[in-house]
Design a binder for this molecule. Structure first.
Ligand SMILES: Nc1nc2c(ncn2[C@@H]2O[C@H](COP(=O)(O)OP(=O)(O)O)[C@@H](O)[C@H]2O)c(=O)[nH]1
Ligand SMILES: [Mg+2]
Ligand SMILES: [Zn+2]
Length: 302
């Protein structure tokens, strides 16, 4: 049988669930060691012979990706999804979230060239809302929309942002990603069970990313909560490029290779001093550069 075009809606190691363009789901093996299918990939699938192994097939080829959202974990790139149009970063009023991790996710999204929407979830937990909004203050005015909602009871505010998009939903564990997806996708639970059934043999059916259709042309990808968003492979300038408000100061530091940590004549330090950039954002940049082990390299250059 000839190959059919499909989209990967769940992926686990050498296995994935592919949705044929007609809508049929096929559990697939990925051919060849060099191929690694991720959620959102466009693939060519050859169904297995009917009768012998119905509902299954083989991924023969993966189309080049227009973009991918990846995090680097222990020197290994871990691609969460591909061919996206935007990233939705979810935080919650409770439990509290890390603004450093927001910055890390923003670096990854900016690096992939993807627009970002910030969502504050669980606004029904009124007692914690003010504190959460205060933590989000440094991100206001950067051009990222901020949407407030309750993923459990009112997802309406997010709908206009999802229309016509393929959104990657990301955020720390416990922020409410899976709950939000269940509210957004009418038959989500049926489909989750369906997919889990398909992938049970894959053993890790709760750890992978999954693509759901919210409405025709609107898709959302739920990703597993990950503890940290490593930026291995990024150097300090690449990390700085993920802080969009730093752009206006590029080339204005006294030293061309300024690390923006301690140098005299640093345009970013001066801007933070004047509150032209939010001091917290600069502090988080510096913290990430140090955590990624890049501060020593910067000092060595001087
Ligand atoms: N109060 C409240 N709790 C929520 C809301 N959305 C999710 N939760 C709870 O937050 C916890 C984590 O949700 P989950 O969807 O598993 O988060 P995930 O780890 O990001 O997928 C669960 O106990 C949910 O019931 C919400 O809108 N309001
Ligand atoms: Mg979840
Ligand atoms: Zn500088």
């Amino acid at each position: 049988m000839s190959a059919l075009p499909a989209t990967v809606v769940a992926a686990f190691g050498r296995e994935c669930l592919a949705r044929l363009d007609g809508g049929e789901l096929l559990r697939c093996q990925v051919r060849g060691r060099e191929l690694q299918a991720v959620c959102g990939d466009r693939v060519q699938v050859v169904p297995n012979a009917e009768g012998r192994d119905a509902g299954s097939g083989v991924v023969e080829a993966i189309a080049p990706r227009s973009n991918e959202f990846a995090r680097a974990a222990q020197h290994r790139k871990k691609t969460l999804a591909a061919n996206l149009t935007q990233v939705v970063i979810l935080v919650a009023c409770e439990p509290s979230f890390s603004d450093e991790i927001i910055c890390r996710m923003l670096v990854l999204a900016e690096h992939a060239g993807l627009p970002v929407i910030l969502v504050l979830n669980k606004v029904d937990l009124l007692d914690h809302r003010e504190r959460a909004l205060a933590l989000l203050l440094p991100f206001r005015g950067l051009g990222y929309p901020l949407v407030e909602l309750s993923g459990r009871s009112d997802v309406e505010p997010l709908l206009p942002y999802l229309a016509g998009q393929r959104s990657l939903l990301t955020g720390q564990s416990g922020m409410g990603k899976s709950t939000l997806v269940k509210s957004l996708v009418p038959d989500a639970e049926v489909r989750i069970r369906e997919i889990s059934h398909f992938l049970d043999a894959g053993k890790q059916s709760t750890t992978g990313s999954r693509l759901y259709t919210v409405a025709p042309g609107s898709e959302i990808i739920d990703t597993p909560g990950v503890a940290d968003f490593g930026l291995a492979g990024f150097d300090a300038p690449a990390i700085a490029a993920g802080f969009r408000e730093f752009d206006a100061y590029r080339g204005q530091c006294r030293f061309q290779n300024c690390s923006h940590l301690v140098e005299p004549g640093c345009a970013l330090l001066a801007a933070a001093e004047r509150n032209d950039i939010h001091p917290r954002r600069l502090a988080l940049f510096q913290r990430i550069v140090r955590a990624e082990g890049l501060a020593a390299a910067a000092a060595g250059r001087r």
